[in-house]
Design a protein around this ligand. Structure first.
Ligand code: C2E
Ligand code: MG
Ligand code: MG
Ligand code: MG
Length: 287
C-alpha cells in the first residue's frame, strides 16, 4: 500500500513524499534526510567551512572557497555530495543557496574589515539555483544587505549548469560580469564542455577537477590533459586553479607547467570561519 508521508511546510505549501513498502534502505535514508533537510535551515544546522586557494608562487592565500556543512541532530555531519542533490530535488536548494550566499558575504565583509581586504570568497551555486529566474536580483539584494564588495565575490558553477539553457546562461554571466563577479567553472574536465566553446562565455577561471590531479606521476595521459587545459586556458586568457592538491610532487608538477593557483589538503582542509583568522595570520600580512 502506498501512503503519503507528511514532510513539512515549505513556503507555506505542504510537501509529501510517497512511501511504498519494500523501498530500499537507500531510499529510506534519502527520505529521512529529505524530511530533516526541510527543517535544517530553521534549526540552524548549516554552517560554512572555508578552504584556502593558494598562489604557490607568491606563497599566499588569494581566496577562500565556501563549503557547506550540515550537522544532523542524530546522524551528525553528512556530506554535501549526499544531501545537495536531495535539496535540489526538493527545491529547497533555493533558500539554502540564499543562506549560503548571505553568510559567505557576511564572512567576507568581516575578513575585509580585519585587514584581509584582498581576499576573495568563492561560492558554489547549484544548477537549480543559478537557473532560477530571480537569481541575479536576489544576489544583488544580498550584496546590498551585507555591504560586501561584489568584486571579491566569485561564483562556482559546474558543467551541468553550462550545458543547459545557453541563452539564459550567457545573459546571467554578462549580468554577473557587469557586477564585477567572476564566474569559475568547477570540476573542469569531468563534463563535456570544450574550451573553444568556453571562449564565447565570460568564464574567468577553470578549476581542474581533483581526479586529474590525483593521477599526476601515475597516469601520463592525465598529465597530458592537465598540460593541455593549462596551455589552452592561458592562450584564451582564462585562469586555472588545480583542485585537490595533496602532495608536494603534485604541486611541483603544476608549478612546472605554470599552474600556480592551487587548492587542496597539502595546504589546508576546509575549516570553520571561527578558526580562519589563525590560519590567515600565519600566511598573509593584513594591510
Ligand atoms: P567542489 O565544489 O568541487 O569542492 C571541493 C571538494 O573537494 C570539497 O569537498 C573539498 O573538501 C574537497 N577537497 C579539497 N581539497 C581536497 C584534497 O586535497 N583531497 C580531497 N580528497 N578532497 C579535497 P566537500 O566540501 O565535501 O564538497 C563536495 C562538493 O559538494 C563540492 O565540490 C560541491 O560540488 C558541493 N558543495 C559543497 N558546498 C556547497 C555549497 O555551498 N553549495 C553547493 N551548491 N554545492 C556545494
Ligand atoms: Mg567548488
Ligand atoms: Mg570542484
Ligand atoms: Mg565537485
Amino acid at each position: 500500500a502506498e501512503h503519503a508521508m507528511y514532510l513539512a511546510k515549505s513556503n507555506g505549501k505542504n510537501a509529501y513524499l510517497f512511501y511504498q513498502s519494500g523501498m530500499s534502505e537507500n531510499l529510506t535514508r534519502t527520505m529521512e534526510l529529505a524530511q530533516s533537510l526541510l527543517r535544517a535551515l530553521r534549526l540552524n544546522e548549516f554552517s560554512l567551512n572555508y578552504q584556502p586557494i593558494i598562489n604557490s608562487k607568491a606563497n599566499n592565500i588569494v581566496g577562500l572557497e565556501a563549503l557547506l556543512r550540515w550537522k544532523h541532530s542524530k546522524i551528525g555531519f553528512i556530506s554535501p555530495v549526499e544531501f545537495i542533490p536531495i535539496a535540489e530535488n526538493l527545491g529547497i536548494i533555493i533558500p539554502i543557496g540564499e543562506w549560503i550566499l548571505r553568510t559567505a558575504c557576511t564572512h567576507g565583509k568581516q575578513l575585509h574589515a580585519n585587514g584581509y581586504d584582498n581576499m576573495y570568497i568563492s561560492v558554489n551555486v547549484s544548477a537549480k539555483q543559478f537557473e532560477e529566474k530571480n537569481f541575479v536580483p536576489k544576489l544583488i539584494n544580498i550584496l546590498n544587505e551585507t555591504n560586501f564588495n561584489s568584486h571579491y565575490l566569485k561564483i562556482e558553477i559546474t558543467e551541468s549548469t553550462v550545458m543547459k539553457d545557453l541563452e539564459d546562461l550567457a545573459t546571467k554571466l554578462r549580468q554577473l560580469e557587469d557586477l564585477g563577479i567572476d564566474v569559475l567553472l568547477d570540476d573542469f574536465g569531468t563534463g563535456y564542455s570544450s574550451l573553444s566553446y568556453l571562449r564565447k562565455l565570460p568564464i574567468s577561471t577553470l578549476k581542474i577537477d581533483r581526479s586529474f590531479i590525483q593521477d599526476i606521476h601515475i597516469d601520463a595521459d592525465q598529465e597530458a590533459i592537465i598540460r593541455t587545459i593549462v596551455t589552452m586556458a592561458k592562450s584564451l586568457r582564462i585562469g586555472v586553479i588545480a583542485e585537490g592538491v595533496e602532495l608536494e610532487n603534485q604541486m611541483s608538477f603544476l608549478q612546472d607547467i605554470d599552474c600556480f593557483d592551487i587548492q587542496g589538503f597539502l595546504y589546508s582542509k576546509p575549516i570553520p570561519f571561527e578558526t580562519l583568522n589563525e590560519l590567515l595570520q600565519n600566511w598573509n600580512v593584513p594591510s
